[in-house]
Design a binder for this molecule. Structure first.
Ligand code: CIR
Length: 412
């Protein structure tokens, strides 16, 4: 990045990745129980020790390829530059838990302030606070008595290792997302403090395209930067059209150079959770896809109008291939089908994020080892693979793209 003073720069899905944000799975994973899984958006409980080994192997792939890796937990701790900010952060964190009683709030604060290391305090916030850690017998309100069997004072945040979703780097700016679910919206507080107070960002002029307090939801897994002109956003289980409209006005009205936002209407179901669950870019003209999105799709193109704030919106029904050829101005594109078109392999590998690859350079991606049918096909299409172990991290229903947030990619 020598000679380049931009802190954040993402103008494609495939430009050489120079800096990426990860979160190493922590104790929050061990605070998952079967009865919490549904609300906390997990389908199984990963074995933490192995999940960490897999995640470390993921981080090593970046480092070996010249990508700087930074961790959410480190940046969040470093953002708490003085007592005033630490206090403010703790208060806001507690405000966003469902704790009602003032007495309990005081005890949580006291407990969090008792950590001498800021990183350990952050990790505790992420992991969740079990009842027995903070005055287990407090029954100062009716809710405490009624909910006395609930094991946590503050819930764990097991989805944090999917750093793709709470915020997204778009151009030189940040979409600080408002997440669909309460559990994931709590995660965005860490990003808020990082961009506001961390020494690397606090004095920078960073455009914010969205804010976590806005009322419509949008998640990073739905935000794909197809080129320096075209952004794709899924209208999905997690992202609402109202949010896309707002963000489009701001991005298209800025001087970042993006010309069109394509809103892809995808099925609202868990197997299609985000646009990147069913579709990722692996090279200039190659994409991995869930075979079910090959059928004609409804796509809305949003462009800037003549008047300030005006948007021109056009609805089209087209096959994905045609949409990509048209908007990326390509003569041809190759759609690489997850599971190589076999319905059983496709369904199995799709469930384990076979289409959720992360490009670290044009034509070079990180993939899960378990999706070997799709991986073979990618190789046959000339894609260079970096294969990571994937038994445990995959249980959270996200792949290499979901587990990473690029902060800086070289322009193509
Ligand atoms: N971009 C993504 O598809 N992220 C995966 C998120 C998985 C997580 N368990 C969730 O349901 O939000």
């Amino acid at each position: 990045m020598s000679g380049d003073r931009r802190l954040l720069n993402v103008r494609s899905e495939i430009g050489k990745l120079k800096k990426v944000l990860l979160h190493r799975p922590g104790k929050e994973i061990e605070n998952l129980t079967p009865s919490l899984m549904d609300r906390l958006l997990f389908d199984d409980i990963p074995y933490l020790e192995v999940a960490r080994e897999e995640h470390d192997a993921f981080a090593d792939i970046f480092r070996k390829n010249g990508t700087e890796v930074v961790y959410l937990e480190d940046l969040a701790a470093e953002a708490l530059i003085d007592d005033e900010i630490r206090n403010k952060f703790i208060d806001e964190f507690i405000e966003e838990t469902k704790v009602m009683s003032d007495k309990k709030k005081e005890l949580i604060k006291e407990y969090l302030l008792s950590f001498s290391s800021k990183k350990e305090m952050i990790e505790k916030m992420m992991a969740g606070i079990r009842k027995e850690e903070v005055g287990s017998n407090i029954k100062s309100s009716l809710t405490d008595i009624v909910e006395s069997n609930y094991p946590f004072i503050t819930d764990p945040m097991p989805n944090l290792y999917f750093t793709r979703d709470p915020f997204a780097t778009i151009g030189s700016g940040v979409s600080l997302n408002h997440m669909k679910t309460v559990t994931r919206n709590r995660e965005t507080l860490f990003s808020k403090y990082i961009f506001k107070y961390h020494k690397d960002f606090k004095d920078a002029i960073i455009p914010f395209w969205y804010d976590r307090k806005e009322n419509a939801s949008i998640e990073g897994g739905d935000q794909l930067i197809l080129s320096n002109k075209v952004i794709a956003i899924g209208i999905s289980e997690r992202t609402e059209s109202a949010a896309i409209e707002k963000i489009a006005r701001r991005i298209l009205g800025s001087d970042e150079g993006f010309e069109v936002i394509l809103a892809f209407d995808i099925p609202k179901k868990r197997a299609f959770m985000h646009l990147d669950t069913v579709f990722t870019m692996v090279d200039y003209d190659k994409f991995t896809i869930h075979p079910e999105i090959e059928e004609p799709l409804t796509v809305y193109s949003l462009r800037k109008g003549e008047k300030p704030e005006e948007l021109i919106i056009e609805k089209e029904t087209m096959a994905l291939r045609e949409v990509l050829m048209k908007y990326l101005e390509l003569d041809d594109v190759r759609l690489i089908r997850c599971g190589n078109g076999n319905s059983i392999d496709a369904a199995r590998e799709q469930w384990n994020d076979g289409s959720n690859t992360l490009a670290i350079a044009p034509g070079e991606v990180i993939v899960y080892s378990r999706n070997y049918v799709t991986n073979r096909l990618l190789e046959e299409h000339g894609i260079k693979l970096n294969i990571m172990p994937s038994s445990e991290v995959s249980r959270g229903r996200g792949g290499p793209r979901c587990m990473s947030m690029p902060l800086y990619r070289e322009d193509l």
